[in-house]
Design a protein around this ligand. Structure first.
Ligand code: R1P
Ligand code: GUN
Length: 300
């Protein structure tokens, strides 16, 4: 009996080249031929934060499964659609669902849509995620502006830029020490103040692990020693791809659960239902914050 393959198998060329420039160009052309939007702002929705795409007006929706050569989303809380639309007159492209390495995709494949955004014309990327709070001062529902990341898979060479470098995207060895734009963070802080959201605000370091298992107690303690304030399974690869091709980045984590750093504790364990529930509960404030930032983007 023959089995049905869901994914095109990766050839050795794929592994070395990732998605070639031309392959990504044809995906962006497919989209540009089918939308009237010409967005300069991109949004990636974290788990349970798909509402950020729902708030767009005049939506044009492309399910990932209908975009040639695009991966598909497999995680609850990630709808799997590219949504184009307007937010108070500004043209936006939004990934309502991202790709994670634990889904079985290569890290360069997970980051590939960021390059599609680049060829579509995106100049600023707003990246959001759900994350576990490691910092003792954090509370469930806090919003952490990301000032830096620790790309744990990258320590072992699992970097989205691995493989042949195409200079049309950016240099072989891009700096990453200013990945999260200071001006955008300052702008976001001003907007949060205006919206009375200051009490939820945190700023810190996001650590990306491969997942899908949540952390052991000893792993959480180790991450804290390394200087991480929040932990998740995404974002760093997208930000690296964005910075490599010159897109400026604002990132924020919704603290959906607090990491329990005691052995043999009887406190509830991390779970995806809590992660999605917190996303839903905090959705309105996140939407107001993102809208406010987008409205003032021209000022920085
Ligand atoms: O990072 P996002 O996609 O927001 O989701 C986070 O939440 C999921 C785990 O509950 C993981 O996918 C983790 O990365
Ligand atoms: N790795 C990890 N990812 C998360 N995503 C949301 N919460 C968590 C968490 O506690 N750990």
């Amino acid at each position: 009996m023959t089995s049905v393959k869901m994914f095109r198998e990766e050839s050795i060329e794929d592994v070395i080249d990732g998605y070639s420039y031309e392959r990504i160009e044809s995906i962006s052309k497919f989209l540009l031929d089918r939308t009237k939007q010409r967005p300069e702002i991109g949004i990636i929705c974290g788990t349970g934060m798909g509402g950020l795409a729902d708030m767009l007006e005049d939506k044009e929706i492309f399910p990932y499964k209908d975009i040639p050569d695009f991966p598909v989303s497999t995680v609850p809380g990630h709808s799997g659609r590219l949504v184009f639309g307007n937010l108070n007159g500004k043209s936006i492209i939004c990934m309502q669902g991202r790709f994670h390495v634990y889904e079985g995709y290569s890290v360069w494949k997970c980051a590939m849509p960021v390059r599609v955004m680049k060829l579509i014309g995106v100049k600023t990327l707003i990246v959001t995620n759900a994350a576990g709070g490691l910092n003792r001062n954090f509370t469930v529902g806090d919003i952490m502006f990301i000032k830096d990341h620790i790309n744990f898979p990258g320590f072992g060479g699992d970097n989205p830029l691995r493989g042949r470098n195409d200079d049309r995207w950016g240099p072989r060895f891009p700096p990453m020490s200013n990945a999260y734009d200071l001006g955008l963070r300052q702008l976001a802080r001003t907007v949060a103040k205006e919206l009375n959201l200051e009490k939820y605000l945190q700023e810190g370091v996001y650590c990306m692990l491969g997942g899908p298992s949540y952390e052991t107690v000893s792993e959480m303690m180790a991450l804290t020693l390394l200087g991480a304030d929040a932990v998740g399974m995404s974002t760093a690869h997208e930000v690296i791809a964005a910075r490599h091709c010159g897109i400026r980045v604002f990132g924020m984590s919704l603290i959906t659960n607090i990491c329990v750093m005691e052995h043999d504790s009887e406190k509830p364990l991390a779970n995806h239902e809590e992660v999605m529930e917190t996303g839903n509960r905090r959705r309105k404030d996140l939407e107001k914050l993102v809208t406010g930032i987008i409205m003032k983007l021209d000022t920085v």
